[in-house]
Design a binder for this molecule. Structure first.
Ligand code: AHG
Ligand code: MN
Ligand code: MN
Length: 354
Protein backbone atom coordinates (compact mmCIF):
# COMPACT_ATOMS: atom_id res chain seq x y z
CA UNK A 1 0.00 0.00 0.00
CA UNK A 2 1.32 3.47 -0.90
CA UNK A 3 2.42 5.57 2.07
CA UNK A 4 -0.45 7.76 3.23
CA UNK A 5 -0.13 10.82 5.47
CA UNK A 6 -2.79 11.04 8.18
CA UNK A 7 -4.04 14.40 9.46
CA UNK A 8 -2.28 13.63 12.78
CA UNK A 9 1.03 12.99 10.98
CA UNK A 10 0.55 16.18 8.97
CA UNK A 11 0.06 18.18 12.18
CA UNK A 12 3.10 16.55 13.77
CA UNK A 13 5.15 17.52 10.74
CA UNK A 14 3.86 21.12 10.99
CA UNK A 15 5.01 21.16 14.63
CA UNK A 16 8.57 20.45 13.45
CA UNK A 17 8.63 23.38 11.03
CA UNK A 18 9.77 26.93 11.68
CA UNK A 19 7.77 28.61 13.04
CA UNK A 20 6.53 25.50 14.78
CA UNK A 21 2.82 24.82 15.13
CA UNK A 22 1.60 25.38 18.70
CA UNK A 23 0.73 21.91 20.13
CA UNK A 24 -2.39 23.48 21.68
CA UNK A 25 -3.55 24.58 18.22
CA UNK A 26 -2.78 21.12 16.83
CA UNK A 27 -4.95 19.71 19.65
CA UNK A 28 -7.80 22.02 18.71
CA UNK A 29 -7.55 20.99 15.03
CA UNK A 30 -7.82 17.36 16.18
CA UNK A 31 -10.98 18.24 18.12
CA UNK A 32 -12.39 19.83 14.96
CA UNK A 33 -11.48 16.64 13.08
CA UNK A 34 -13.38 14.54 15.63
CA UNK A 35 -16.42 16.85 15.49
CA UNK A 36 -16.46 16.56 11.69
CA UNK A 37 -16.45 12.76 11.88
CA UNK A 38 -19.44 12.82 14.22
CA UNK A 39 -21.30 15.31 12.04
CA UNK A 40 -20.48 13.29 8.91
CA UNK A 41 -22.00 10.22 10.56
CA UNK A 42 -25.15 12.17 11.53
CA UNK A 43 -25.53 13.81 8.10
CA UNK A 44 -25.18 10.49 6.31
CA UNK A 45 -28.02 9.10 8.41
CA UNK A 46 -30.22 11.90 7.01
CA UNK A 47 -33.82 11.65 8.14
CA UNK A 48 -32.87 8.75 10.41
CA UNK A 49 -30.78 11.14 12.55
CA UNK A 50 -33.39 13.86 12.92
CA UNK A 51 -35.74 12.45 15.55
CA UNK A 52 -33.85 13.70 18.60
CA UNK A 53 -33.48 17.41 17.73
CA UNK A 54 -35.81 20.21 18.74
CA UNK A 55 -35.59 23.16 16.37
CA UNK A 56 -36.47 26.83 16.66
CA UNK A 57 -35.87 30.09 14.80
CA UNK A 58 -32.19 30.93 15.28
CA UNK A 59 -30.61 34.32 16.03
CA UNK A 60 -30.48 34.97 12.26
CA UNK A 61 -34.26 34.71 12.07
CA UNK A 62 -33.82 31.49 10.07
CA UNK A 63 -35.62 28.25 10.84
CA UNK A 64 -33.19 25.62 12.05
CA UNK A 65 -33.12 22.16 10.52
CA UNK A 66 -32.77 19.28 12.99
CA UNK A 67 -29.28 18.58 11.66
CA UNK A 68 -28.25 22.23 12.24
CA UNK A 69 -29.03 21.65 15.93
CA UNK A 70 -27.39 18.21 16.05
CA UNK A 71 -24.21 19.46 14.33
CA UNK A 72 -24.00 22.44 16.68
CA UNK A 73 -24.29 20.15 19.71
CA UNK A 74 -21.68 17.76 18.34
CA UNK A 75 -19.12 20.58 18.01
CA UNK A 76 -19.93 21.85 21.52
CA UNK A 77 -19.66 18.37 23.02
CA UNK A 78 -16.35 17.73 21.30
CA UNK A 79 -14.84 21.09 22.25
CA UNK A 80 -16.13 21.15 25.82
CA UNK A 81 -13.11 19.22 27.05
CA UNK A 82 -10.58 21.24 25.05
CA UNK A 83 -8.48 22.88 27.76
CA UNK A 84 -6.87 25.37 25.36
CA UNK A 85 -10.17 26.78 24.14
CA UNK A 86 -11.62 29.75 25.98
CA UNK A 87 -14.96 29.92 24.22
CA UNK A 88 -16.93 29.48 21.03
CA UNK A 89 -19.37 31.39 18.86
CA UNK A 90 -21.73 29.53 16.54
CA UNK A 91 -24.26 30.47 13.90
CA UNK A 92 -26.80 28.58 15.98
CA UNK A 93 -26.08 30.30 19.33
CA UNK A 94 -27.05 33.83 20.23
CA UNK A 95 -23.92 34.74 22.20
CA UNK A 96 -20.49 33.38 23.15
CA UNK A 97 -20.33 30.03 24.93
CA UNK A 98 -17.52 29.74 27.51
CA UNK A 99 -15.71 26.38 27.66
CA UNK A 100 -16.14 25.05 31.19
CA UNK A 101 -12.98 22.87 31.15
CA UNK A 102 -10.77 25.69 29.89
CA UNK A 103 -7.50 25.82 31.86
CA UNK A 104 -5.26 27.60 29.41
CA UNK A 105 -7.82 29.23 27.13
CA UNK A 106 -5.60 30.73 24.47
CA UNK A 107 -7.91 30.16 21.48
CA UNK A 108 -11.43 31.06 20.40
CA UNK A 109 -13.44 29.00 17.91
CA UNK A 110 -16.09 30.47 15.62
CA UNK A 111 -18.11 28.07 13.49
CA UNK A 112 -21.00 27.39 11.15
CA UNK A 113 -22.03 23.87 12.20
CA UNK A 114 -23.80 23.13 8.91
CA UNK A 115 -23.40 25.30 5.87
CA UNK A 116 -25.82 24.89 2.99
CA UNK A 117 -28.41 23.27 5.21
CA UNK A 118 -31.22 24.12 2.76
CA UNK A 119 -29.68 21.25 0.77
CA UNK A 120 -30.17 18.67 3.52
CA UNK A 121 -33.60 17.54 2.34
CA UNK A 122 -32.14 17.12 -1.15
CA UNK A 123 -29.18 14.92 -0.17
CA UNK A 124 -26.78 17.47 -1.69
CA UNK A 125 -23.33 18.31 -0.25
CA UNK A 126 -23.22 20.36 2.96
CA UNK A 127 -20.31 21.09 5.31
CA UNK A 128 -19.06 22.84 8.46
CA UNK A 129 -16.88 25.97 8.63
CA UNK A 130 -14.38 26.81 11.39
CA UNK A 131 -12.33 29.91 12.22
CA UNK A 132 -9.71 29.89 15.00
CA UNK A 133 -8.70 33.14 16.70
CA UNK A 134 -6.29 33.90 19.51
CA UNK A 135 -8.01 34.76 22.80
CA UNK A 136 -6.96 38.12 24.22
CA UNK A 137 -4.71 37.69 27.26
CA UNK A 138 -6.02 37.91 30.81
CA UNK A 139 -9.71 37.48 30.00
CA UNK A 140 -11.75 36.82 33.16
CA UNK A 141 -15.20 36.84 31.62
CA UNK A 142 -15.85 35.91 27.98
CA UNK A 143 -17.53 38.72 26.02
CA UNK A 144 -18.70 39.14 22.39
CA UNK A 145 -16.03 41.79 21.72
CA UNK A 146 -13.28 39.20 22.24
CA UNK A 147 -14.44 37.59 18.99
CA UNK A 148 -14.64 40.83 17.00
CA UNK A 149 -11.25 40.43 15.32
CA UNK A 150 -10.56 41.04 11.61
CA UNK A 151 -10.02 37.94 9.46
CA UNK A 152 -6.29 38.62 9.13
CA UNK A 153 -6.02 37.68 12.82
CA UNK A 154 -7.18 34.11 12.22
CA UNK A 155 -4.57 31.50 13.14
CA UNK A 156 -6.36 28.69 11.31
CA UNK A 157 -9.43 28.10 9.19
CA UNK A 158 -11.06 24.91 7.98
CA UNK A 159 -14.15 23.55 6.34
CA UNK A 160 -15.52 20.08 5.90
CA UNK A 161 -17.60 18.57 3.14
CA UNK A 162 -20.23 15.91 3.73
CA UNK A 163 -20.73 14.75 0.16
CA UNK A 164 -19.98 11.61 -1.83
CA UNK A 165 -16.77 11.64 0.20
CA UNK A 166 -16.10 13.37 3.52
CA UNK A 167 -13.31 15.93 3.37
CA UNK A 168 -11.55 18.41 5.62
CA UNK A 169 -9.83 21.42 4.03
CA UNK A 170 -7.41 23.21 6.32
CA UNK A 171 -5.08 26.18 6.46
CA UNK A 172 -2.70 26.99 9.29
CA UNK A 173 -1.41 30.00 7.35
CA UNK A 174 0.99 27.91 5.23
CA UNK A 175 -1.07 26.94 2.21
CA UNK A 176 -4.26 24.93 1.95
CA UNK A 177 -4.42 21.17 2.33
CA UNK A 178 -7.29 18.76 1.74
CA UNK A 179 -7.85 15.50 3.63
CA UNK A 180 -10.28 12.72 2.72
CA UNK A 181 -11.91 10.48 5.31
CA UNK A 182 -11.30 6.79 4.79
CA UNK A 183 -14.57 5.69 6.38
CA UNK A 184 -13.49 2.09 6.81
CA UNK A 185 -10.43 3.13 8.81
CA UNK A 186 -12.01 6.22 10.40
CA UNK A 187 -9.00 8.40 9.54
CA UNK A 188 -8.49 11.54 7.44
CA UNK A 189 -5.62 11.18 4.94
CA UNK A 190 -3.87 13.97 3.04
CA UNK A 191 -5.20 13.70 -0.51
CA UNK A 192 -5.00 17.30 -1.79
CA UNK A 193 -1.70 18.86 -0.63
CA UNK A 194 -1.08 22.54 -1.37
CA UNK A 195 -4.23 23.39 -3.31
CA UNK A 196 -3.80 26.35 -5.70
CA UNK A 197 -6.61 28.31 -7.34
CA UNK A 198 -5.98 29.07 -11.04
CA UNK A 199 -5.70 32.85 -11.57
CA UNK A 200 -8.12 32.88 -14.50
CA UNK A 201 -11.46 31.22 -14.82
CA UNK A 202 -14.39 30.79 -17.15
CA UNK A 203 -16.87 29.81 -14.42
CA UNK A 204 -18.98 31.94 -12.09
CA UNK A 205 -21.43 31.17 -9.27
CA UNK A 206 -24.22 33.50 -8.18
CA UNK A 207 -27.87 33.19 -7.19
CA UNK A 208 -29.32 34.79 -10.32
CA UNK A 209 -32.81 35.00 -8.83
CA UNK A 210 -31.53 38.10 -6.96
CA UNK A 211 -30.48 39.89 -10.14
CA UNK A 212 -32.99 42.71 -9.75
CA UNK A 213 -31.43 43.57 -6.37
CA UNK A 214 -27.78 43.66 -7.55
CA UNK A 215 -25.66 46.77 -7.94
CA UNK A 216 -24.63 47.82 -11.50
CA UNK A 217 -21.01 46.50 -11.28
CA UNK A 218 -22.23 42.97 -10.51
CA UNK A 219 -24.97 43.14 -13.15
CA UNK A 220 -22.41 44.29 -15.66
CA UNK A 221 -19.95 41.52 -14.79
CA UNK A 222 -22.57 38.77 -15.02
CA UNK A 223 -23.97 40.20 -18.25
CA UNK A 224 -20.50 40.12 -19.80
CA UNK A 225 -20.03 36.51 -18.74
CA UNK A 226 -23.39 35.52 -20.20
CA UNK A 227 -22.61 37.18 -23.53
CA UNK A 228 -19.76 34.69 -23.87
CA UNK A 229 -17.86 34.50 -27.15
CA UNK A 230 -20.01 37.17 -28.78
CA UNK A 231 -19.46 39.63 -25.90
CA UNK A 232 -16.56 41.75 -24.71
CA UNK A 233 -14.88 38.85 -22.87
CA UNK A 234 -14.68 36.85 -26.11
CA UNK A 235 -15.05 33.48 -24.37
CA UNK A 236 -17.95 31.36 -23.19
CA UNK A 237 -18.52 31.11 -19.44
CA UNK A 238 -20.12 28.36 -17.42
CA UNK A 239 -22.36 28.90 -14.37
CA UNK A 240 -22.89 26.86 -11.19
CA UNK A 241 -24.96 27.40 -8.03
CA UNK A 242 -25.01 24.67 -5.38
CA UNK A 243 -26.35 26.92 -2.58
CA UNK A 244 -23.66 25.46 -0.29
CA UNK A 245 -20.74 27.85 0.06
CA UNK A 246 -18.52 24.96 1.16
CA UNK A 247 -19.19 23.09 -2.08
CA UNK A 248 -18.69 26.24 -4.18
CA UNK A 249 -15.36 27.05 -2.52
CA UNK A 250 -14.14 23.49 -2.88
CA UNK A 251 -14.97 23.58 -6.60
CA UNK A 252 -13.01 26.84 -6.89
CA UNK A 253 -10.04 25.27 -5.06
CA UNK A 254 -10.07 22.39 -7.54
CA UNK A 255 -10.65 24.11 -10.88
CA UNK A 256 -10.93 27.86 -10.29
CA UNK A 257 -13.98 30.08 -10.56
CA UNK A 258 -15.55 33.05 -8.90
CA UNK A 259 -18.29 32.98 -6.24
CA UNK A 260 -20.48 35.98 -5.53
CA UNK A 261 -23.01 36.74 -2.83
CA UNK A 262 -22.78 40.49 -3.40
CA UNK A 263 -24.30 43.47 -1.69
CA UNK A 264 -27.91 43.84 -2.80
CA UNK A 265 -30.99 45.88 -2.06
CA UNK A 266 -33.15 42.91 -1.03
CA UNK A 267 -32.88 43.76 2.65
CA UNK A 268 -30.68 46.87 3.04
CA UNK A 269 -30.53 46.34 6.84
CA UNK A 270 -28.52 43.13 6.35
CA UNK A 271 -25.46 44.26 4.35
CA UNK A 272 -25.21 40.91 2.53
CA UNK A 273 -26.28 37.29 2.90
CA UNK A 274 -23.24 35.57 4.33
CA UNK A 275 -21.91 36.01 7.86
CA UNK A 276 -18.52 37.64 8.32
CA UNK A 277 -17.13 35.74 11.31
CA UNK A 278 -17.97 32.15 10.48
CA UNK A 279 -18.47 32.13 6.70
CA UNK A 280 -16.71 35.01 4.92
CA UNK A 281 -13.57 35.21 7.07
CA UNK A 282 -12.54 31.54 7.23
CA UNK A 283 -13.38 30.97 3.55
CA UNK A 284 -11.48 34.13 2.58
CA UNK A 285 -8.37 33.00 4.47
CA UNK A 286 -8.51 29.63 2.73
CA UNK A 287 -9.00 31.24 -0.68
CA UNK A 288 -6.15 33.73 -0.17
CA UNK A 289 -3.86 31.01 1.14
CA UNK A 290 -4.56 29.08 -2.08
CA UNK A 291 -3.54 32.07 -4.20
CA UNK A 292 -7.04 33.45 -4.82
CA UNK A 293 -8.58 36.75 -3.72
CA UNK A 294 -11.56 37.78 -1.61
CA UNK A 295 -13.32 41.14 -1.44
CA UNK A 296 -16.61 42.79 -0.62
CA UNK A 297 -16.17 44.53 -3.99
CA UNK A 298 -14.84 47.54 -2.10
CA UNK A 299 -12.45 46.17 0.50
CA UNK A 300 -10.47 43.06 1.30
CA UNK A 301 -12.75 40.92 3.47
CA UNK A 302 -9.93 39.86 5.80
CA UNK A 303 -9.32 43.51 6.76
CA UNK A 304 -12.90 44.34 7.71
CA UNK A 305 -13.25 45.17 11.41
CA UNK A 306 -16.27 43.21 12.69
CA UNK A 307 -18.81 45.06 14.81
CA UNK A 308 -21.26 42.24 15.61
CA UNK A 309 -21.04 38.47 16.08
CA UNK A 310 -23.62 37.64 13.42
CA UNK A 311 -22.81 40.50 11.06
CA UNK A 312 -23.42 39.88 7.35
CA UNK A 313 -21.19 41.01 4.52
CA UNK A 314 -21.01 40.96 0.70
CA UNK A 315 -18.67 38.25 -0.60
CA UNK A 316 -16.80 38.01 -3.91
CA UNK A 317 -14.05 35.38 -3.91
CA UNK A 318 -12.09 32.99 -6.08
CA UNK A 319 -9.72 33.27 -9.03
CA UNK A 320 -7.59 36.36 -8.53
CA UNK A 321 -8.00 38.01 -11.94
CA UNK A 322 -11.80 37.80 -11.87
CA UNK A 323 -12.06 39.15 -8.31
CA UNK A 324 -9.74 42.03 -9.27
CA UNK A 325 -11.89 42.73 -12.33
CA UNK A 326 -15.00 42.92 -10.13
CA UNK A 327 -13.20 45.29 -7.74
CA UNK A 328 -12.31 47.52 -10.73
CA UNK A 329 -15.98 47.57 -11.79
CA UNK A 330 -17.03 48.60 -8.26
CA UNK A 331 -14.41 51.36 -8.23
CA UNK A 332 -15.58 52.65 -11.62
CA UNK A 333 -19.18 52.63 -10.45
CA UNK A 334 -18.30 54.45 -7.23
CA UNK A 335 -16.50 57.10 -9.33
CA UNK A 336 -19.78 57.63 -11.16
CA UNK A 337 -18.77 56.04 -14.47
CA UNK A 338 -21.40 54.62 -16.78
CA UNK A 339 -21.22 50.81 -16.72
CA UNK A 340 -23.89 50.14 -19.33
CA UNK A 341 -22.89 48.50 -22.59
CA UNK A 342 -24.00 51.69 -24.38
CA UNK A 343 -21.28 53.63 -22.63
CA UNK A 344 -18.47 54.86 -24.89
CA UNK A 345 -16.17 53.85 -22.02
CA UNK A 346 -17.10 50.28 -22.54
CA UNK A 347 -14.96 49.45 -25.55
CA UNK A 348 -12.12 51.82 -24.84
CA UNK A 349 -11.41 51.88 -21.10
CA UNK A 350 -8.91 49.47 -19.68
CA UNK A 351 -11.08 48.38 -16.76
CA UNK A 352 -13.13 46.30 -19.16
CA UNK A 353 -10.19 44.64 -20.82
CA UNK A 354 -9.04 41.25 -19.63
P1 AHG B 1 -26.44 28.31 6.06
O1 AHG B 1 -26.98 27.01 5.57
O2 AHG B 1 -25.33 28.13 7.05
O3 AHG B 1 -27.49 29.27 6.54
O4 AHG B 1 -25.68 29.04 4.85
C1 AHG B 1 -26.19 29.01 3.54
C2 AHG B 1 -25.49 30.04 2.73
C3 AHG B 1 -24.39 29.56 1.84
O5 AHG B 1 -23.90 28.30 2.05
C4 AHG B 1 -24.94 29.64 0.45
O6 AHG B 1 -23.97 30.15 -0.40
C5 AHG B 1 -26.10 30.56 0.56
O7 AHG B 1 -26.45 30.63 1.90
C6 AHG B 1 -27.25 30.09 -0.26
O8 AHG B 1 -28.12 31.11 -0.39
P2 AHG B 1 -29.44 31.04 -1.31
O9 AHG B 1 -30.45 30.35 -0.44
O10 AHG B 1 -29.77 32.46 -1.60
O11 AHG B 1 -29.12 30.25 -2.55
MN1 MN C 1 -23.55 28.88 6.27
MN1 MN D 1 -25.31 27.00 8.92
Amino acid sequence: MAHRVTLSAFLLNERRKTPALDPALAGLIKDIEVACKYIAAAVSRGKLAEAKASTRINIQGEEQKPLDVIANELVLQTCESCEHLLGVVSEELEGPYPIPESRDGRYLLVYDPLDGSSNLDLNVTVGSIFSVLRAPEGVKELKPEHFLQPGVSQVAAAFSLYGPSVMLVLTLGRGVHGFTLDREVGTFFLTHPDLRIPEDTREFAINASNERFWEPPVRHYVEECKLGKSGPRGVDFNMRWVASMVAEVFRILIRGGVFLYPRDTKDPSKGGRLRLLYEANPMSLIVEQAGGASSTGRERILEVQPTELHQRIPVILGSRNEVERLVRYHQAYDRGEDLSFKSPLFASRSIYKS
